[in-house]
Design a protein around this ligand. Structure first.
Ligand code: ADP
Ligand code: SF4
Length: 680
């Protein structure tokens, strides 16, 4: 297939100071969960992106010295010369595919934790570190600290050059850089030449930028990453005020402006709240102020949206963090005229939650992420099966479709049988809830791929029982039958059924299938992710009076990990949803829910309603698997049917089981590990 000429502009080289990016695609700096402790896994991720056509591939935030302490979170370091080796290997693997390598050097200032390394956090003034609930403060940097910081920036830049990086970043964004903290009138309370006026608060940023340029010499470009607008926080920097003034003051200094919005939760907006290209309204002024190339983000997955921003003079380079996680081959697919093959990020931020809990990167759409080195998984290729066998997959949810894709690509003859008239299982139904339409991409990508394969048959409206499955006689049988929501109230904080729920409460499945809803609706949430609050927002938008009740102190607790919780609460509030956190159900009374305060145990007034929706846990039905076992029919149970979980886990399960069938996975389950070295 040939490329649409409209997209040619995306493949023009872009000159960035002394270096030239081969195209306009930039895989952005972001946490990947491996850190300096597991360099091989991290390099595997970055090399795959270079292979997939990203013109610039970034190293994540790299701390310049031990006083910048994000310990406990998986970041990188460039503290001394010994650290150069791993960086140099990473750069070499990126260069091997013709891409440029960039590094985001940083000192995290008052974002530091100051626990692990024994040095207190430090910043412009004595202020609390940036986690209100953590009992830590930052000390004020004196002139000697500032001198040392500048020297360490210089030294880290020299090391970046030694490692072979093409672009070095001066980072002032996300509320996570000491340069930002000095700039911010909220945190900078100094009265010396580094505090007070705008010029004084900008001084350290300007000095570090000038010195980085000196150290970068004439073969490494210098980028500034700067948040031009703060969406929330005290004494905000706005793109109509000091955000713009910074770009004006430093306009032609850096070789590249990489601009975004702050804090991280808004920069990484999810599809529930922000459409593709959502940062344009904040960043579009930058190109009018500087002649240097401008790079930005906005969860770009569509080449039309990318081209539009370039043609309209908003951006010169298109950055992707999540889009490059979900599809490391996104640029290559556009280049080759295979836009339909793009595995589009669904904007769920499950990847972010992996980072916030400190584990290797995970992605709903891309099960191979983080497995490049340790399991040898490639996002686009699977090994060919030595001989074509048959596989019967029951269920077409995320697990079934992903398993079908892997087995189909390997060359097996695959049949997918789906009981319902539509394919997609849970994602097909969840995508109909307000704000979750992008969930449908999990199905759409896979169905489109499967429909191109002559060796794959898809049957909807095909409800198979054990006899039919046994009779089919496939070499491999996979039950991907999912796990229905239970309606009896047994949840995560209380494992038993709640009186009055059984046979009366609707489950989320009932609600999604369009069960009639009468009068005020009471939603009981002992699940704590998105389902209860998404249903609440959806039903409120349809005109229902809705109350939501949860035993935990806050609603949608896991959404603090996906950075969505504050916006979700605002959404429910403005939709008029009545919220009852810290409230545990006693019983459904037919005309309301009797409840008590979770912390004190005091009984509270009944929450009135006519319809109860119980959003708690899901329970797979083991009957089909048992019936097959009784008949001696070997099979695998995969996805939610094996262990109910998030969509990411179902996709991953489908992928892993299929690879196990191909015989490429370790029989003892022990994958390749990065072993710490003993200095004996
Ligand atoms: P997962 O997340 O593990 O992929 P889902 O719940 O999304 O699971 O999808 C399971 C799918 O399996 C549903 O679409 C359901 O209709 C289908 N299914 C369940 N039992 C059968 C069966 N006996 N025959 C065919 N399809 C089935
Ligand atoms: Fe996108 Fe979700 Fe994957 Fe993150 S986890 S890259 S948001 S699909």
């Amino acid at each position: 297939m040939s490329r649409d000429p409209r997209y040619d502009i995306l493949f023009e080289p872009v000159k960035i100071g002394p270096v030239t990016a081969p195209n306009r695609f930039v895989s952005m700096p972001h946490a990947i969960g491996f850190s300096y402790l597991m360099p091989n896994g991290a390099i595997g991720i970055r090399e795959t992106r270079a292979e997939g056509g990203w013109g610039i591939v970034a190293m994540q935030l790299s701390e310049i010295d031990p006083t910048s302490d994000l310990s406990g979170l998986p970041y990188e370091r460039l503290w001394d010369d010994e650290d150069v080796k791993a960086h140099a290997r990473s750069v070499a693997r990126i260069h091997a595919h013709g891409a440029l390598a960039s590094i985001e050097l940083a000192h995290t200032g008052i974002r530091s934790r100051g626990i692990s390394n024994g040095y207190p956090a430090m910043g412009p003034s004595v202020v609390p570190t940036l986690k209100a609930e953590a009992p830590f403060m930052a000390r004020a940097m004196d002139k000697a600290d500032i001198r040392t910081l500048r020297e360490n920036y210089r030294a880290a830049t020299r090391r970046a050059r030694q490692a072979g990086y093409d672009i070095v970043y001066v980072y002032a964004s996300h509320d996570a850089s000491v340069l930002w903290h000095f700039l911010s009138p909220a945190y900078n309370r100094r009265t010396d030449e580094y505090g007070g006026s705008f010029d004084n608060r900008l001084r350290l940023f300007r000095e570090v930028l000038e010195e980085t340029k000196e150290e970068a010499g004439d073969d490494m470009a210098v980028a500034v990453r700067f948040a031009v607008h703060e969406v929330s926080g005290p004494r905000r920097i706005l793109n109509t005020g000091e955000g713009r003034a910074v770009v004006e003051a430093l306009a032609e200094f850096p070789d590249l402006w990489d601009v975004n919005i702050s804090g991280w939760s808004r920069d990484s907006g999810t599809s529930r709240y922000d459409p593709e290209g959502f940062q344009e309204e904040f960043t579009s002024f930058v190109k009018q102020v500087t002649g240097k190339p401008v790079l930005g983000v906005g969860r770009f997955t569509s080449p039309d949206a990318m081209v539009s921003q370039i043609r309209r003079g908003v951006l010169d380079l298109i950055g992707g963090a999540r889009p490059s996680i979900a599809d490391p081959f996104l640029p290559a697919k556009i280049r080759e005229g295979r836009v339909e093959d793009i595995r589009e990020c669904i904007g769920c931020n499950f990847c972010v939650s992996a980072e916030t809990i400190g584990v290797e990167l995970r992605c709903t759409q891309n099960p191979t992420i983080s497995e490049e080195w340790r399991r040898g998984w490639h996002p686009e290729r699977v090994p060919k099966a030595p001989r074509a066998e048959t596989a019967l997959i029951i269920g077409s949810g995320p697990a079934g479709l992903e398993a079908a894709l892997v087995l189909g690509r390997a060359g097996h003859a695959v049949t997918v049988a789906e009981r319902r008239e539509e394919f997609g299982g849970r994602v097909a139904r969840e995508a109909r809830i307000k704000g979750l339409a992008a969930w449908g991409r999990v199905r759409d990508y896979r169905l489109y791929q499967l429909r191109q394969m002559p060796n794959v048959e898809l049957y909807a409206g095909s409800d198979l029982d054990a006899d039919a499955i046994a009779e089919f006689g496939a070499d491999h049988i996979l039950l991907a039958t999912g796990a229905p929501w239970r309606g009896d109230g047994a949840g995560r904080t209380r494992l038993d059924a709640i009186p009055g729920f059984v046979g009366v409460a609707l489950s989320p499945d009932d609600a999604m299938d369009g069960a009639p809803l009468e009068g005020p609706i009471v939603i009981y949430d002992d699940d704590h992710y998105y389902m209860a609050n998404a249903l609440a927002a959806d039903l409120a938008a349809k005109g229902h009076a809705v109350s939501i009740i949860t035993p935990l102190p806050s609603l949608g607790a896991w959404m603090s990990q996906t950075l969505e919780q504050p916006r979700m609460l605002r959404q429910l509030k403005s939709a008029g949803v009545e919220m009852h956190p810290n409230t545990t159900a006693i019983a459904w009374k037919g005309d309301g829910l009797s409840v008590f305060r979770s912390d004190t145990g005091d009984e509270l007034p009944m929450i009135e309603g006519r319809t109860l929706i119980s959003v708690t846990t899901r329970l797979p039905d083991p009957v089909l698997s048992q019936a097959l076992s009784e008949r001696g029919v070997a099979h695998r149970v995969i996805g939610d049917a094996d262990c109910p979980g998030v969509i990411q886990a179902a996709v991953y399960s489908g992928h892993r089981h299929a690879r196990e069938i191909l015989g490429t996975e370790p029989a003892d389950r022990v994958f390749r590990r990065e072993r710490p070295m003993l200095f004996l």
